[in-house]
Structures are given as C-alpha cells and as structure tokens.
Ligand binder design. Structure first.
Ligand SMILES: Cc1cc2nc3c(=O)[nH]c(=O)nc-3n(C[C@H](O)[C@H](O)[C@H](O)COP(=O)(O)O)c2cc1C
Ligand code: SF4
Length: 688
C-alpha cells in the first residue's frame, strides 16, 4: 500500500458512518436543495440524472428535494416536488435505485411551507401559518391555521413519509427552519393563545410531535427520520440558543428521530438568509462550531452545511468531531465528483465552489439551478461532467482570449486530446473576471479562472500571454479550428448629448479613470458591473447616486447577491433612484450636469451637478479578429444551432476553400454573463 493510499484510507472524511442500520460510505453529503428541475412536480429524468451524477462521484448521502411539499395548501415556492401525489413513488424509486447502484444513500426533505410561499398558484388555496404574520420574502398574508387544518396536515405528513418509504428511500428529514413546523416554535411567528401557542415550548412543539408520532406510526421504528432544524434563530424576536438547545434535547429524548441537521439563523428575508447560505466573500463555515456544540450537548448524530466548500474545512469538521456528516451542497453543484477525487488523490482537480450563488438566486426568480462555472450541472442528459477523449484525429485548435470562455474552450479541447494554443493579450488569465474581483469581497471569483488555468497547464495547453494575436498570427499557425473569445468592451453612445463626458464603469474598476468625489452612476445594464462600480466608488469615499431605469434596479442580479451591495450602499449612504433615465451630460463650469428623465412621463425631470458621471451599458463585442478571419474559414463563422444546443458536432462547411472552422463565443458574440461564456465554450468544444 503506497503512503498516499494509506493516508487516504485514514482520511477522516472517507471513513464510513453508521446511522441506525444504514452504513454511509463516507462523511460527505449534499443537503436538501430544490434545483427546480422538476417536471409537473415530479423528479423525472433531469432530476434523477443530477443526483445520479453525485452518486457516481462518490458522495455518501444525497438529500433529495428541497422541501418536497406534503399538502396542496403548501403551493410550490421554488419548484418544490409534490410529495402529496402517489405518482412520485415511481419516479423516486428509479432515482433511488440508480443512486444505490453507485453506493449512495438517498433521503428526501419533506415540508409544509406554511407562510413561506404564495397563494396565487397551483390550487389558489390560502396560505397558512400559526398566526397571520406575513413573511417579508414571500409576502402572502397567511390564514391562522385552524384545528381541522392541523388534523389534515398531520395526516398529509404521514402519508408523504409512507410514499417515501415505498419508493425505497433510505430516510426522510423534516424542514424545520422558516417553514410550518418551526413557525409554530418561533415566538416571531407564533402568537397563538391555544394549546399550540401561549408561549410554552411544550405547546409550540405540540404540532411537530403530533406529526412525528403520526409519521412513526406510519413508517415504523426502523425507517430513518431526521429534522433539519433551527437551533438558534439569531434574532431578538426568535428562538434563542438556549431554547434551540432545549428543542434539540426534547426531540432527541422523544426517540422519534435519528439525526439532527443543524441550522443557525432565520430566513424570512434575504439578509438573514445570506447568513445561513453565505455568499462569496463571507466567512467559511460560520456555524460549524455551533453545530459542534449541539453535537456535544446532545451526543446525537449531527449533520450540517453552511459554506463548507473546500475539502480541508470538511475534513476538519469531521476530524474535530464537530459533525457526523458534513454537507457540501453548493460544492457539489460546482463539482459532483468531490469524494471520488479525494479517494483518487485528485483534490487539486476539484472545481471550486466560489460562492457566487448564481445557483440559488436563479430559483428564487423561477429559473432552474445552474452553477456559474459548471454548465454540465443540471444538463447531465447531454453534457458530461468528465470530458471524454475524442475518437477522431487530433486537431490543432487556436483560442484567442483567456477569459472564462477562452479558458474553458482551451480546457475542454485539450481534455479531448487536441493540441491547443491559447493567445492572451494581457499578462494574466481571467478577462472580465478580473474586473469583478476589483471589489475585495468578490476576490474569490478568480477561482473560476485559476482552476481552468491550472487545468490548462496540466493538460499541456500552449499558453501565450502578452500576445495580441492578429489575422496573420492565426493563419500562420495553420489551425483546424479557431475560437474567438476576445470578450467585449463598453461603448457609451446612449445619450442625446455628452457621451464623451461619461466615464465607463470599466474605467472606474480598472483604475483607468480617477474616481470623482461626487458621482452619478447610471446603470443601464442591471447586472454586477454597475453595482460594483457604485460600491467601488462609495468604498473609496465618493458620494454616489445610483440611477436605474428599472422598476427594481439590478434586475439581472438575484436577491442573495444583492445583499452585500445593499449593505455597502447603506454603510456609505449611496442614494438609489429607480425608474429614471439619463438623457444628456453637459459641462457646467468645473462640474458636469447629468440631465435625468422619466420613461413614464417622457420628460426631463431633474439635473444633477456632479463631478463625474459613470455609465454602465454592458459591452459590445471585440470582433475585429473574427471578421478578419471569417473569409479564410470554411464555415464563414456559422454555427449549427440545433447541434450546438445539445453539444453535438458542427457540420456547416459553406466555404470549402477555407482552411479552418471559425467560431466565436461569450461576449465576443454579444454581452451576456460568465455562465453563458463558459457554456458556449463547453458545448462547442465537447464536440470537436
Ligand atoms: C439552489 C438551492 C436550493 C436550496 N433549497 C433548500 C431547501 O429547499 N431546503 C433546505 O433545507 N435547504 C435548501 N438549500 C440550502 C442548502 O441545503 C444548504 O444549506 C446551503 O446551500 C448551504 O450549504 P453549502 O454552503 O454547502 O451550499 C438550498 C440551497 C441551494 C443552493
Ligand atoms: S453558482 Fe457559485 S455558489 Fe453556486 S455552485 Fe456554482 S460556484 Fe458554487
């Protein structure tokens, strides 16, 4: 046995864990999360393939669903599965069977969302809660739950648990943070004066124990049942740490459950939610010690997840006895093969979760979960996570631009076994990512480029930095394929007057323009760059007004990503003016006047005298090289879209005398985002 193998066999993370009768093959799990991959509320092919990929990747336990709903008056808030329907059994059985074949245990999280949803969908039933207190995040005014509701929902929980058992799942957990169960527990949401309220813990836990007893009666003593529960709401109005610990003890003593999956915080709006699911720049593992305290106090199996996104921290959590099972949830959305890579001594190959939280922000806006830099996640049906070697002849592929898209094109092409030359005009990889990381708290995003750069080096890509490739450089190389990933540049031409007086957000972020003291930022893009420029300016001491034409500003940024910007804006007194456009900029003495107008009244509304106007308009493609090369190419730059969409080979030779196939990707085509650039690269190059 080699010393490396010996080390791995004693790795705390890789030790099996026995939970009741179930042996979990290691200590790594993915906690419940709703990816919104359902079809008609059912976990069909997309859903199954997503979980099976993690099973192939060696994970011990995958907790499926995020909050599968037990009753019809808990309408889906973010694509939740319908655990109240019998037809779910067949779909889950198939999912569980396929995960089991790869050695992974499968459980599911069940819930009634209570007030954490809205009434204007599915059956249009009123939303319920212990007391009629609105949740700021979902905004429904709930009906105070009645006795007949309680009776029926208890039966629904038990019936749902039986369905999960019938599907062959290894266990279930109940969601008890921000949902109906703990809405009863929390003084913030329970003002009842009956046997389910009145302040006493016994009353507030009554509903949960009634559910647990009914569930046990339905599934028997052997089926694994746990609670994912808040053990401290970290909120002056909510459940205190002492009360949380008392709840844990009561649950443990009841003998009705088999594990505690510990949460600290509350989720009724985005700011506290971001403390439970911390985003990039926030502390790693902020609640790990707390979860460890619960484990020590209860001597009961404890699971926990909250930004434990690297193997070293996960290993520490197990080695130090803080947890029995460590949740690495977003880490698996970024790389479903973590455990296998650890087992194979390939930790360095793990694609890092950089905390961008694109995955979660998307579901709250009704989209499906996608990882900002792993486009294969959720698309397992046609995009592989591991790039297979090409079966055809080895090709020479030239890639121009080492931003996220260009790096991905080089990585994927080299993984296919091709020879790749990557040209980059500057001295470092990253492209526009490097602008994003000009805000200190977003520095970690550079991991998107660093990981690809390291993979390219390992795969032998010929990396040519400080090389501005022109038409002759490319044709002289005699490549088979050329990929233009040159990105874009901002161009300010939206004003009636004074475009030349505007400063771009890029110039602010790169440091090419000196920040003014009194600055108006007009964000006509609605994504990170305008917000980042405003934060950068405010952090530097400027007085900033952020003007947006939108009803809700930054529409292309999700709620969790918004939180740190808003915190910075609050701190520095940034003024936000929505529903307003910038028409012109004029010189006025040593100041400049920004002329604002309302898209509703269509008239000028105000002028602001400032010393700098920053405009964010997204980018236009840097496409000179593409158009110069187009006549030399055999496809004249054309893309076969149906093939491209599913990552299949391109067959579009429209100019047989051309000597190479030419493609452009990412912002070199049209301004989009990091995911789009990487996805373009992956689905194109996977087919070469
Ligand atoms: C897309 C997405 C959906 C989620 N939905 C749920 C959910 O329905 N129920 C739940 O308990 N947690 C949910 N979570 C939270 C995760 O289970 C986990 O606690 C969180 O992502 C922090 O762990 P991590 O840093 O390892 O990702 C969700 C997370 C994500 C990213
Ligand atoms: S989007 Fe960001 S937070 Fe979510 S999995 Fe990908 S890297 Fe991690």
């Amino acid at each position: 046995m080699s010393s490396q193998t010996l080390l791995r066999s004693s790795d705390p993370l890789l030790q099996p864990y026995v939970l009741k009768h179930l042996t979990l093959r290691n200590r790594i799990m993915s906690t419940a999360h709703e990816p919104n991959y359902h079809e008609d509320g059912m976990p069909k092919d997309r859903y199954r393939l997503y979980h099976v990929e993690k099973a192939k990747g060696g994970i011990a336990l995958t907790m499926t669903a995020g909050s599968a709903i037990v009753s019809q008056d808990s309408p889906p808030a973010f694509g939740n599965l319908f655990a109240y329907r019998d037809e779910i059994v067949g779909w889950l059985r198939r999912l569980a069977d396929e995960c089991h074949e790869h050695g992974t245990a499968v459980m599911i999280q069940l819930t009634h969302l209570g007030r954490r949803t809205n009434w204007n969908k599915a059956g249009w039933l009123p939303v319920l809660a212990p007391s009629p207190i609105r949740e700021p995040a979902h905004r429904a005014v709930p009906k105070a739950i009645e006795d007949w509701d309680i009776d029926r929902i208890i039966k629904d929980y038990a019936a749902a648990a039986q369905r999960m058992q019938a599907a062959g799942l290894d266990g279930i957990e109940f969601e008890c943070y921000g949902h109906l169960m703990d809405q009863f527990w929390s003084p913030a949401t329970n003002r009842r004066t009956d046997a389910y309220g009145s302040g006493s813990l016994e009353n507030r836990l009554r509903f949960s124990f009634q559910v647990l007893e009914a569930v046990r009666a339905a599934v028997g003593p052997d089926f694994i049942v746990g609670c994912r529960l808040v053990a401290d709401e970290d909120w002056d109005k909510g459940i205190s740490k002492a009360e949380g610990l008392a709840i844990c003890r009561l649950l443990v003593q009841s003998g009705l459950i088999d594990f505690l999956n510990v949460i600290r915080g509350h989720i009724d709006h985005d700011t506290p939610l971001s403390r439970i699911i911390p985003v990039t720049g926030m502390r790693s593992a902020p609640h790990l010690d707390f979860a460890g305290e619960i484990r020590t106090a209860t001597r009961f199996p404890v699971f926990h997840a909250a930004r434990i996104n690297d193997v070293a921290t996960a290993r520490h959590a197990i080695a130090e006895g803080k947890l029995d099972m460590v949740g690495m949830t977003r880490a698996h959305i970024a790389d479903p093969h973590i455990a296998r890579k650890v087992m194979e001594g390939r930790e360095h190959d793990i694609r890092p979760c950089v905390g961008a939280t694109y995955c979660l922000d998307r579901i709250y806006e009704g989209h499906e979960t996608l990882c900002i830099h792993n486009p294969a996640t959720g698309r397992e049906a046609h995009i592989p996570h591991e790039i297979p070697k090409a079966s055809g002849p080895k090709k020479l592929i030239a890639v121009v631009g080492a931003g996220p898209g260009g790096l991905e094109a080089a990585r994927v092409s080299a993984s296919r076994g091709h020879k790749v030359v990557l040209f980059e005009a500057t001295d470092a990889p990253g492209g526009q990512l490097r602008l994003a990381t000009r805000i200190k708290r977003r520095k970690e995003l550079i991991g998107i480029a660093d990981w690809r750069f390291a993979q390219c080096e390992m795969l032998g890509v010929d990396l040519r930095f400080n090389t501005f490739a022109d038409e002759n450089d490319i044709t002289a190389l005699q490549p088979d394929i050329v990929i233009i990933a040159t990105g874009g540049l901002p161009k300010i031409d939206l004003l009636d007057e004074g475009n030349e007086l505007a400063t771009s957000s890029w110039d602010i972020l790169t440091g090419d323009a000196r920040p003014g003291d009194d600055v108006l930022v007009f964000d006509d893009n609605g994504a990170h760059p305008g917000m980042a420029a405003a934060e950068f300016l405010a952090e530097g001491g400027a007085r900033v007004e952020l003007v947006s034409p939108e009803r809700f500003f930054a529409p292309d940024m999700g709620g969790l990503n918004l939180v740190p910007y808003m915190q910075a804006f609050e701190k520095h007194g940034v003024k936000i003016t929505p529903m307003t456009r910038l028409r012109a900029i004029k010189r006025e003495g040593n100041k400049i006047a920004a002329i604002l107008w309302s898209p509703y009244g269509e008239a000028d509304t105000a002028a602001r005298l400032v010393d700098q106007v920053v405009v964010e308009t997204a980018t236009l493609p840097l496409d000179e090289l593409y158009f110069a090369l187009k006549p030399h190419s055999n496809n004249l730059g054309a893309v076969d879209h149906p093939a491209f969409i599913i990552g299949k080979a391109q067959h579009n030779i429209t100019n047989p005398s051309g000597s190479f196939a030419l493609y452009r990707i990412g912002d070199a085509v049209a301004a989009r985002n990091i995911h789009a650039a990487i996805y373009d690269a992956l689905r194109l190059c996977i087919a070469f």
